[in-house]
Design a protein around this ligand. Structure first.
Ligand SMILES: C/C=C/C(=O)SCCNC(=O)CCNC(=O)[C@H](O)C(C)(C)COP(=O)(O)OP(=O)(O)OC[C@H]1O[C@@H](n2cnc3c(N)ncnc32)[C@H](O)[C@@H]1OP(=O)(O)O
Length: 257
């Protein structure tokens, strides 16, 4: 499919999508629609075992929702597609999605990154939820995902002040997996995506599902989700291949069956 607001690059086992909406990579309706289409077209593409989402340009991963669209939303009501539609799809996606944050992420841009499973952040970037400074609140999941990722105390500080975190603080609070120089973010993300693409697709799918769904329920229910996933993978051809490869001291060749 033709993507007008994403630069999509298919790699060996994964795909890289760069948000291309200058000057701020704002997440306007066309960008959200493009991201949504990319998720749909990659879902059943066996050649895509991981997705990297990054921003074009050097300064901004994304400055958030497109403020120029606010007036029309205030006039005409809910937009056709919201960040929630896309971010919940990302969060529940059966393949790993990595945010390669080559620049700063604010508001919805940060909320997009928090819906991804893994985050790599530029050492010179800032990451925040400044919505309170616009008289609004993080409206695409930030009030729910940030406390789950870094804890209530620091999450409230970030959202009530609207002040951004440095990359160093974001790493120390556990908001991101890794901080590297800006010009290494994409290569780091691609290396990680390539590694995950060689992993066992069913096992990765079931880990993502058990963690994502488990965090939203009781530990007893979460253990049931884990047990169901464990039963699926134990019965898989990949589990047999994994055991054989171990004893034959060779890399496994997982087929996702
Ligand atoms: C549910 C979700 C809600 C939300 O996400 S609400 C939005 C939350 N995001 C923000 O509050 C961030 C708003 N933007 C900024 O604070 C600043 O910008 C930056 C810190 C990101 C960059 O500042 P600087 O380097 O001084 O550049 P600049 O002149 O402010 O912006 C460059 C151009 O980018 C446009 N722009 C920036 N952010 C957005 C945005 N979120 N939506 C639409 N356009 C945006 C500006 O207007 C300007 O444009 P021109 O060069 O034509 O004047």
């Amino acid at each position: 499919m033709e993507h007008t607001k994403l630069i999509v690059e298919k790699q060996d086992g994964y795909v890289v999508a760069a948000i291309n909406n200058p000057p701020a990579n704002a997440l306007g309706q066309p960008v959200l629609a493009d991201l949504n289409a990319l998720l749909d077209e990659s879902l059943n593409d066996n050649e895509v075992r991981a997705i990297v989402i990054t921003g074009s340009g050097e300064k901004l991963f994304s400055a958030g929702a497109d403020i120029t669209e606010f007036a029309s939303i205030q006039a005409d009501g809910a937009p056709k597609i919201s960040g929630h539609d896309v971010f919940l799809k990302i969060e529940n996606y059966p393949k790993p999605i990595i945010a390669a944050m080559q620049g700063s992420a604010f508001g919805g841009g940060n909320e997009l990154s928090m819906s991804c499973h893994l985050r790599i952040l530029s050492a010179s970037a800032k990451i925040g939820l400044p919505e309170v400074k616009l008289g609004i609140i993080p409206g695409w999941g930030g009030t729910q995902r940030l406390p789950r990722l870094i804890g209530k105390t620091k999450a409230l500080e970030v959202m009530l002040t609207g002040d951004p975190l440095s990359a160093e603080d974001a790493l120390s609070y556990g908001l991101v997996n890794k901080v590297v120089p800006a010009d290494q973010v994409l290569s780091e993300a691609k290396t990680l995506a390539a590694k995950l693409a060689k992993g066992a697709p069913l096992a990765i799918r079931e880990i993502l599902k058990a963690v994502t769904q488990g965090l939203n329920t009781t530990i007893e229910e979460g253990i049931k989700i884990e047990q169901a996933g464990s039963a699926v993978v134990f019965a898989s051809q990949d589990a047999k291949e994994g055991g054989m490869a171990f004893f034959q001291k060779r890399p496994p060749n997982f087929q996702g069956k």
